[in-house]
Design a protein around this ligand. Structure first.
Ligand code: AMP
Length: 232
C-alpha cells in the first residue's frame, strides 16, 4: 500500500490506462482516469456528461470546468484517505497547463503535493496502430488489444466475461485529432513537471509487464528499508 500522489502522462495510445491499472493493483493506489469518469458521466446522462459528449466524440479536450467537476470530488476523497487508499494515480489528467496549475492549487490546499510524474513515450507510428486495435470491456472497463494484449476468448473480457467494444473515438479520423491536441496542449506539460524536478521518462514501446516493472520502480518506488541503528 502506497499513499503517494502520482500522474501518468503520455499520448493517446501510449498505454496509460493499461499501465495505470497494473501499477494501481500492485501498489494499492486509487486509479483516477478522467476519460473513464467522463465516459461514465456521458453514459449516466448527467449535466457534465451532456457537456462533455460532443467534445469527446470530436477528439477535442472537454472544457476544464467540466473535467474539474467530475474529478475533484474523487480526488479529495482519495487524497484525504476516505477512498480505498490514501494514494492515487491520475491517468489522462492534467491535459493542459490550466489543469496542471489547478491540480497544484487543489493539492496544496489539501497539504498533499504530487510526488512524481511519469511520461510514457511511444513512437508516433505505433500510437495509431495501438489505438485502432484497442478494445475495452463494457462491463468492467478492463483494456485489451487485438494484437498486443488479446483476451483469452475472442470478444470477451478475461476478468468479468463481459463483451468487448471499440471506443467511438478510436476511429482513424478522431484519433488524428486527439494526437494533434496532445502535441499542442499536453506534451508541453513534460517541461512543466521536469522544471519542478518531478518527471521521469519511461519507454512505453516495450512488453506490457516490462513497462509496468519500470513504472513501479521509478514512478512509485517502495520505501527502502532503513538500516538498523542498533549496535551489534
Ligand atoms: P482518454 O480516455 O484519456 O483518452 O480520454 C478520452 C477523451 O476524454 C479525450 O479525448 C477528451 O475528449 C476527454 N478527456 C479526458 N481527460 C480529459 C482532460 N483531462 N481534459 C479534457 N478532456 C479530457
Amino acid at each position: 500500500m502506497t499513499d503517494g500522489r502520482y500522474v501518468l502522462l503520455g499520448a493517446p495510445g501510449a498505454g496509460k490506462g493499461t499501465q495505470a491499472q497494473l501499477v494501481c493493483q500492485r501498489r494499492g493506489l486509487t486509479h483516477l482516469s478522467t476519460g473513464d469518469l467522463l465516459r461514465a458521466a456521458v453514459q449516466a446522462g448527467t449535466a457534465a456528461g451532456l457537456a462533455a459528449k460532443q467534445h469527446m466524440e470530436a477528439g477535442r479536450l472537454v472544457p476544464d470546468d467540466v473535467v474539474f467537476e467530475v474529478l475533484f470530488e474523487r480526488l479529495g476523497a482519495a487524497g484525504s484517505g476516505r477512498a480505498a487508499s490514501g494514494g492515487f494515480l491520475l491517468d489522462g489528467f492534467p491535459r493542459n497547463r490550466a489543469q496542471a496549475e489547478e491540480l497544484d492549487r487543489r493539492l496544496a490546499a489539501l497539504g498533499t503535493p504530487l510526488d512524481r510524474v511519469a511520461d510514457l513515450t511511444v513512437p508516433d507510428a505505433i500510437l495509431l496502430q495501438r489505438l485502432t486495435g484497442r478494445r475495452s470491456c463494457r462491463g468492467c472497463g478492463r483494456s485489451f488489444h487485438l494484437d498486443f494484449l488479446p483476451p483469452r476468448a475472442a470478444g470477451l473480457c478475461d476478468g468479468c466475461g463481459g463483451p468487448l467494444e471499440q471506443r467511438s473515438d478510436d476511429t482513424a479520423a478522431v484519433v488524428s485529432e486527439r494526437l494533434a491536441v496532445y502535441r499542442r496542449q499536453t506534451a508541453p506539460l513534460r517541461e512543466f513537471y521536469a522544471s519542478r524536478g518531478l518527471l521521469v521518462s519511461v519507454d512505453g514501446h516495450r512488453e506490457v509487464g516490462v513497462v509496468a516493472d519500470e513504472l513501479l520502480a521509478r514512478l512509485v518506488p517502495l520505501p527502502q528499508p532503513q538500516p538498523s541503528s542498533r549496535r551489534a
